[in-house]
Design a binder for this molecule. Structure first.
Ligand code: PA5
Length: 424
């Protein structure tokens, strides 16, 4: 199998390759440790070893539970926020088979949204997966209370218990205690894995399997990417190069990175990526601001700014070499719309031409353009992408000199909120 390939030739009109190598060389010892210490003795690097977080026993348990849910549920309610649901959603929304319907909750406090969710699940066969590392976040915690009450009313406590899966820290957390009292299926949220690094643990894998995607394929892709990253020499290592390039670009004044793609199915993947890099690197007054664009649509909005606005942006394109689908342009009876010149061509070709034209225009407009060539949007390559970006984020954040695994800034809004909600 091929690996996704990093092509940074497009940025060499903006920065020198020498600067990238210098960035790598000046961090050589740290990078070697990052690549070869395997996260030993760390309380945040559990995700590095895929076989521990997703061991055979756990995979089988997940597959069994997912099969039961797929057979019995009309709706699977996924309660979680941030790292607790983004990874799974990225896969479900891009390659899930839509059976059962998957509804997301606990990621906002909107009463309107909650009313819609509760109305939608009425009368349907429901299974629930509540995912919360420490069960201390208000949004999923309080929405789960609503849902739990509903489930117990409709099914009775015992049957409700059988239909609820709680994924949380198994260290006597309140979710674990509640789960044991009520008879929930308990799945581990590894203590040494933070939310945004958790997609390849039970956190992401159960909902992904419920969505109908083969989790073994995802894990196979991740493991192959792990091998690539941990064996490649520093100057040829895609995760090291990407991490170093980001830091060189930041030093040169490129403060914003856009993850750009021409396949709208990647929308939720881009949200996962934004969260990964935003929450990992935006701290101590540092960090690249990560955002995402779905092209062609956003060429008709932010495209103007990218092309002609301040030169503080660089782009990372997710380029699908095989778009996995085709649609031939039909011939018109008369050429009223004036598009006869592309009759008989395929949308695959149009989309590729649009991609090439965009990279050319943006590069010529002074925007550094990095490309990640992805053979095809499949579970296997999704696994590669997840692992690649997690490792690259770890590397990039470490070069930046911040801790890529905490998120102290998130507490500020929570503190203000709890001062009002819980004044004693
Ligand atoms: O990446 C992270 O650690 C965060 O985004 C968390 O996933 C998010 O805040 C939700 O936390 P919890 O699972 O404790 O509800």
């Amino acid at each position: 199998m091929r690996t996704i390939a990093l092509d940074y030739s497009g940025i060499l009109r903006n920065i020198n390759e020498k600067d990238i190598y210098e960035m790598i060389d000046s961090n050589r010892d740290m990078l070697s440790c990052i690549l070869h210490c395997e996260g030993k003795d760390s309380d945040v690097l559990g995700w590095v070893d895929i076989d521990i977080c997703a061991n055979e026993l756990l995979i089988r348990e997940i597959e069994q539970k997912a099969a039961e849910i797929r057979e019995k549920a009309d709706v699977f309610l996924l309660i979680g926020v941030g790292g607790s649901n983004q990874g799974a959603r990225a896969v479900i929304e891009s390659m899930g088979d839509g059976k059962p319907e998957i509804i997301y909750a606990g990621n906002n406090l909107s009463p309107d949204y909650l009313n819609r969710v509760m109305n939608k699940i009425k009368g349907k066969s429901i299974y629930v997966n509540v995912i919360a590392k420490n069960f201390a976040t208000l949004e999923p915690g309080i929405v789960f209370r609503v849902v739990r009450n509903y489930m117990e009313e409709v099914y009775g406590v015992e049957e409700a218990g059988k239909r609820i899966i709680a994924t949380g820290s198994l260290n006597n957390s309140s979710l674990e205690i509640l789960g044991k009292q009520k008879g929930y299926t308990l799945l581990p949220f590894p203590l040494d894995v933070g939310g945004r690094y958790s997609v390849l643990t039970a956190v992401g894998l159960l909902p992904i399997a419920v969505g109908g995607t083969d989790i073994r394929e995802i894990l196979a892709g991740a493991k192959d990417m792990k091998k690539t990253i941990q064996s490649a020499a520093l100057h040829e290592n895609p995760a090291v190069l990407y991490g170093a390039i980001r830091n060189v670009l930041l030093e040169k004044g490129y403060h914003i990175e856009i993850l750009a793609y021409f396949e709208p199915l990647l929308y939720y993947f881009s949200k996962w990526w934004v969260q990964l890099f935003g929450e990992s690197e935006g701290k101590d007054g540092k960090g690249i601001f990560p955002t995402a664009c779905s092209f062609s649509e956003d060429l008709h909005s932010l495209g103007q700014y990218i092309q002609d606005g301040q030169k503080i942006i660089f782009e990372t394109f997710l380029h699908l070499e095989d778009q996995g689908a085709a649609y031939t342009i039909p011939s018109g009876k008369e050429d009223v719309d004036g598009f006869a010149y592309i009759e008989g061509k395929d949308f695959t070709y149009l989309n590729e031409v649009a991609y090439e034209a965009t990279v050319k225009a943006h590069s010529e407009g002074g925007i550094p353009c990095i490309v990640l060539n992805i053979p095809k949007l499949t579970p296997y390559y999704m696994g590669q992408l997840f692992y690649f970006f997690k490792y690259a984020c770890y590397i990039s954040g470490s070069i930046l000199g911040i801790n890529p695994f905490d998120q102290p800034g998130v507490e500020a809004y929570k503190n203000n909120m709890f001062k009002v909600l819980k004044p004693f």
